[in-house]
Design a protein around this ligand. Structure first.
Ligand code: PGA
Length: 265
């Protein structure tokens, strides 16, 4: 752990976009700038509803010849556990549907959701991740309401948490169930990178859209750093950018809004 990272609070860069699509475009711009500088960049990427548009734009950029991901290494931040990786609701299927079936990447790692033993799987995934740390960029979504989860690091996750199995909160289950293709099969657990793994990255981007994220964004940015709001730990990292739509940014205090960068088309 790079202790120097974690000894004081930093103010992240905050970009507020006029539309949800601009959030996608800004997030892709960050990825593009990184990969143009370093073809072999190592990225940890999210799943969920929020980044679907980001992947659409990313795929378009690659197809238009403006970006080459074929030497990058992609990690997934989390995965349901247990679930058949071929099940349409697995994050492995999500990644194929939104990215990997369309463009080639150098390498791709995701927790094995069909592994017999989640502890062994956590150790295996951690070992691979550690070989690549500090990874270049982590892109995160944030959980619904006041869960403030990042990856599947639910409330109670500690700053030194690493890859592990975690039980999902009722709020997370409820929010995620809406997007399941097979909502009968409710997933209540996952394997996630920990807070410590995320904080080791060189750069972190958080994307959030909609009013449902406003409270969590406000709590994570302006509240105390604590396990009650796992995203608040990002205050301890010097290179964090939040890319938000107007709704997700709507509860930030007037004082906090100073210094925000606004993006319109
Ligand atoms: P969402 O999920 O993009 O579907 O809102 C984000 C998250 O739970 O981290």
């Amino acid at each position: 752990m790079m202790k120097s990272h974690l000894e004081k609070n930093f103010r992240p860069k905050i970009i507020v976009c006029e539309s949800e699509e601009l959030v996608d475009i800004e997030a892709v711009r960050t990825i593009q700038q990184l990969v143009l500088k370093n073809l072999q960049a190592v990225l940890a990427l999210p799943t969920g509803n929020t980044p679907i548009g980001m992947y659409k734009h990313l795929v378009q950029l690659v197809k238009n010849g403006k970006l080459d991901l074929s030497h990058t290494t992609i990690f997934n931040i989390d995965e349901y556990y247990p679930i058949d990786p071929l099940h349409p609701d697995s994050f492995a299927s999500y990644m194929k549907q939104h990215l990997l079936d369309h463009v080639s990447v150098g390498a791709w790692y995701i927790p094995r959701s069909d592994s017999e033993n989640f502890q062994e799987e956590a150790v295996r995934y951690q070992e691979i991740l550690n070989k690549y740390q500090p990874i270049d960029l982590v892109v995160l979504g944030i959980g619904p309401g006041l869960t403030c989860h990042i990856g599947f690091n639910e409330q109670g996750s500690t700053i030194d948490s690493t890859v592990r199995y975690i039980k999902l909160s009722p709020e997370t289950i409820q929010a995620n169930t809406k997007h399941l293709k097979d909502p009968q099969t409710i997933r209540d657990g996952g394997i996630t990178m920990g807070i410590a793994d995320i904080l080791l990255a060189k750069e972190i981007v958080v994307i959030a859209k909609s009013k449902n994220k406003a409270e969590g964004i406000q709590r994570s940015l302006e509240g105390a750093v604590s396990s009650d709001a796992p995203a608040s730990f990002l205050q301890l990292h010097p290179h964090v950018t939040y890319i938000l739509d107007k709704d997700a940014a709507s509860l930030l205090s007037t004082d906090y809004q100073k210094g925000i960068i606004y993006k319109t088309l």
